[in-house]
Design a protein around this ligand. Structure first.
Ligand code: COA
Length: 392
């Protein structure tokens, strides 16, 4: 007797970001750079900037709250929090989110780290838990603040964002296909030492390492029986800047010798162009943009196979595929995300630079931060060396 494999995948997802935004045209004007370099050369228009009372916890909680509002917490026994901008060396940032959201005590919370890749590791681990018990659902939260040195080449590729998604059996949004391709290589392209709030990056090396990771993961995907490139309808990539997805798409065409239309990737960039790099969340924000039609795409993607490329510097790469489920666009997701992007307050370059300087907080100095941002969740300061949060 044969049994049908259990369909496991993404049931719903929600995006959140910081409440302030810098126009990259303003940054270009300040630096005396042609704004076309950022808009066209990098494919970026804006970058979200967290206020003093915002961080990975507040953004992650905001995204997860929308998932809980729509689906409740029944069946959730695991929260995976993926980030590469962790706020503590020991406690998972997700434990603060667990408290803010009032999740049951009978839920485990763990943080995962491998640069921008960790949300994909979380999704795969979630799928394993659900294969063992299909009644369970796993809440994955990916939340990051991309912060580089002021006046560096990487500065216009900063950003801040979070995504929360529910992994379940019989998902409403997209089914995760079983074959994935992997590629790991130790490389010094990007990392963040424990004593630094900004990442250390060799930008040019990171671009070539990303491409090598992509083609390497692709080759492993094919070797394990993954579908031919012509059987993939759309491609979503990790987007440290959206032009990176275009570069990767071209590289895959060259690698496979198959012409791949630019449209297959263009419709995934609508949110990331405005949020900037959100590290672990970026790939899943690209997926949200595609499913929401954020690039003005009205195609019905029901049944479409999406190739997903996840890259985390240092480096770990994974290529896998999702199949879009009927009714995937029924949720109010797209309108909510568009509204929160539009609602951000524009800050000038001087104000952004002040916020950047405040990113480093000495945990030995107690500080109280008055809630200021319009969101529901706030970082309220440090007492007794511990970070404090509030809701409402
Ligand atoms: N109009 C249009 N395009 C312009 C331009 C102009 N006036 N001036 C420059 N450009 C283009 C360049 O031709 C280049 O395009 P290409 O990559 O398609 O050749 C692009 O803008 C970037 O300019 P370049 O001078 O090559 O790079 P940079 O020194 O500004 O650095 C990064 C770019 C991505 C390396 C840098 O932003 C960085 O380090 N980012 C962080 C790391 C990162 O995101 N890595 C990605 C993999 S994880």
């Amino acid at each position: 007797m044969t049994t049908t494999p259990l369909a496991i995948g993404i049931h719903d997802l929600a995006v959140a970001t910081a409440s302030s935004v810098v126009e990259l045209d303003d940054l270009a004007a300040r630096a005396g750079i042609d704004p076309a370099k950022f808009r066209i050369g990098l494919g970026q228009e804006q970058m979200s900037v967290p206020g003093q009372d915002e961080d990975i916890v507040t953004m992650g909680a905001a995204a997860a709250q929308r998932i809980l509002d729509r689906h409740g917490a029944d069946g959730i026994r695991t929260v995976f929090f993926a980030t590469e901008t962790g706020i503590d060396q020991s406690r998972a940032a997700g434990v603060h989110v667990h408290e803010l959201l009032g999740l049951p005590r009978s839920v485990r919370v763990v943080e995962l780290k491998q640069a921008c890749y960790a949300a994909t590791a979380a999704m795969q681990a979630a799928a394993g838990l659900i294969a063992r018990n299909p009644e369970e659902r796993v809440l994955v939260i990916a939340s990051d603040v991309a912060r580089y040195d002021l006046d560096s080449a990487a500065e216009p590729t900063q950003g801040a964002g979070a995504v929360a998604f529910l992994v379940s059996a019989d998902p409403a949004l997209a089914v995760l296909e079983p074959i994935g391709g992997l590629y790991t290589a130790e490389i010094d392209d990007f990392w963040r030492p424990n004593d630094s709030v900004t990442a250390v990056v060799d930008g040019k090396l990171s671009v070539s390492a990303y491409i090598d990771g992509f083609t390497g993961a692709w080759d492993d995907f094919r070797a394990r029986g993954g579908v031919d490139v012509t059987e993939i309808d759309r491609f979503c990539h990790h987007q440290p800047f959206t032009k990176m997805a275009v570069k990767a798409h071209r590289a895959l065409a060259e690698h496979t010798g198959v012409e791949l239309a630019p449209e297959l990737v263009a419709l995934t960039t609508g949110y990331n162009r405005r949020i900037g790099n959100s590290y672990t969340a970026s790939l899943y924000i690209a997926l949200a943009a595609l499913l929401d039609g954020a690039g003005g795409n009205d195609d019905d993607l029901t049944g479409a196979r999406i190739g997903m490329f996840s890259y985390g510097s240092g480096s770990v790469s994974e290529f896998f595929t999702l199949v879009v489920q009927p009714g995937y666009r029924a949720a109010t997701r797209g309108d909510e995300t568009a509204a929160l992007l539009d609602a951000r307050s524009r800050v000038d370059v001087d104000s952004y630079r002040e916020l950047h300087a405040l990113a480093h907080r000495d945990s030995t100095v107690d500080v109280e931060i008055a809630p200021d941002s319009p969101g529901e969740f706030h970082f309220t300061g440090i007492t007794g060396r511990a970070r404090r949060y509030s809701r409402g």
